[in-house]
Design a protein. Structure first.
Length: 429
């Protein structure tokens, strides 16, 4: 006999038939006459009932079974409008495959405790839904970028120079010298494209973030894209298309998971280009209207970004930030040397999910910016070869995958959007 999954059972195609189900006990309750179990597998949950007078032995098993015990249930699949999902299994046999006693997670436990037992909390409906949505985000990225002829590459994780500022570099001992964990593929991206023209990676990035915000972790999966000949307009379009392709894939593949999280797939299908675009200077004006005063030249934080997001019903792209707060590789706007040709894509409620720019292709300007940031050009020697040998205009961006998942799931912390989140105070489990 085949073992159907719960998703299949809930379609009702096998109603009236005898079935066998494998899963875990998610909930139970019993009265003197009847016991109910909720069985879960990776695809959903279904109610199982055991009537005592028909089956004393199995009633006793159901009455005593511990949460998260692994079981095989045999019984009749029946339509029952009172059961969540509309179907119930009237069990004739319950077999315990892997017992579980005193499962540590019950209702109303603190966020911190749930993080301590994260390896077990992953079994919850909410986190299972997140893991599946996360997988569809990766799939959406790979499918779209490969369709557009981007080649996937793997940059190194041990590095000798940072690209996103020294304060968030993790230093570690590498035999007899010190190296850093990769913050971004940036220095490698701009080399890969001289071979491939269009390249992308999805890899871990490490940030020694001391800030305890709802959207910063110390390790996250970073989707980064870089292409030769792509100008600023082309970059903005690529950002929009990537986001829209991800939303479409999640809406298509995760109807059940979105429902578990109270999210509507139809809303995701509305996330189509073009997205509203405003400049950094215009963003400051919008903030003033909400009585948030940001002096020109200061970076936008989560609070400011969420406030900007409230003006739009789609993600919004904020362009042309002040040059002083931009990394050395970003191109200065030829029409306004005070700003860069850069763009952050802000998602509602989360803020920055993508950061990208046209890159400076002039060697001398890069050298100037490196010095301005207090960086030693010698550490960037191999990077600078991109400008020495056949430099061309190019652009690229980086997307924090967990921030996208946080947004799509409607979570209020990035920690819920990562299986095993790492922060300043947590590296276990
Ligand atoms: O804005 P960032 O630092 O930009 C870069 O690293 C560029 N080199 C990307 C590129 O152009 N290839 O990081 C890019 C994205 C952010 O927009 C954000 O979504 C995410 O990475 N991110 C983080 N996500 C979680 N925790 C953190 N500490 C993050 N820092 C950045
Ligand atoms: Mg950024």
């Amino acid at each position: 006999m085949k073992f159907p999954q719960i998703r299949e059972l809930l379609t009702g195609k096998q109603a009236g038939k005898k079935i066998k189900l494998r899963g875990w006990v998610a909930r139970k309750r019993s009265s003197k006459k009847i016991a109910f179990l909720t069985i879960r597998d990776s695809t959903g949950r279904i109610q199982v009932s055991i009537i005592r007078e028909n089956n004393e032995e199995n009633y006793n098993i159901a009455d005593k079974v511990g949460y998260e015990s692994a079981v095989i249930i045999e019984g009749l699949l029946s339509k029952d409008d009172r059961a969540p999902g509309g179907f119930e299994i009237k069990a004739s046999k319950i077999e315990i495959i892997g017992p579980s006693e005193n499962f540590p997670i019950s209702k109303d436990q603190s966020q911190e405790f749930l993080l301590d037992v994260r390896h077990l909390a992953l079994r919850s409906e909410r986190l299972t839904a997140m893991l599946k949505i996360n997988s569809s985000v990766f799939e959406g990225l790979h499918t779209y970028l490969r369709k557009e002829d981007y080649t996937e590459v793997q940059p190194p994780m041990f590095t000798t120079a940072g690209s996103e500022g020294g304060s968030t570099l993790f230093e570690l001992k590498y035999f007899d010298k010190m190296v850093y964990l990769s913050q971004s593929w940036q220095l490698y991206a701009e080399n890969f494209i001289y071979a491939l023209e269009k390249a992308y990676t999805i890899a871990p990035s490490f940030r020694a973030e001391k800030s305890k915000t709802a959207r910063h972790v110390t390790e996250y999966w970073h989707a980064e894209v870089e292409a030769t000949w792509m100008d600023f307009e082309g970059l903005l379009e690529l950002m929009e298309n990537v986001i829209s392709a991800i939303c479409e894939n999640v809406a298509k593949k995760n109807v059940h998971e979105l429902k578990v999280l109270n999210r509507d797939p139809k809303e995701l299908l509305k996330i189509k280009p073009p997205f509203p675009r405003i400049t950094y200077a215009e963003a400051l004006d919008l903030l003033k209207k909400q009585e948030i005063d940001v002096p020109y030249g200061a970076d936008l934080g989560g609070r400011e970004e969420r406030a900007i997001g409230k003006f739009f019903d789609k993600p919004v792209i904020v362009t042309r930030y002040p040059r002083e707060i931009m990394a050395f590789y970003k191109k200065v706007d030829p029409e306004n040397p005070k700003v860069c040709l850069n763009a952050n894509l802000l998602a509602p409620e989360v803020g920055e999910i993508i950061d990208g720019s046209e890159r400076e292709s002039d060697m001398n300007k890069i050298l100037e910016s490196l010095k301005h940031e207090g960086l030693d050009p010698k550490d960037y020697d191999f990077y600078l070869d991109t400008r020495r040998y056949g430099s061309v205009p190019h652009s690229g961006f980086g997307m924090g995958v967990a921030r996208v998942v946080m947004w799509l799931c409607g979570f209020d912390t990035i920690k819920d959007a990562i299986a095993f989140p790492r922060t300043m105070t947590r590296v276990k489990p």
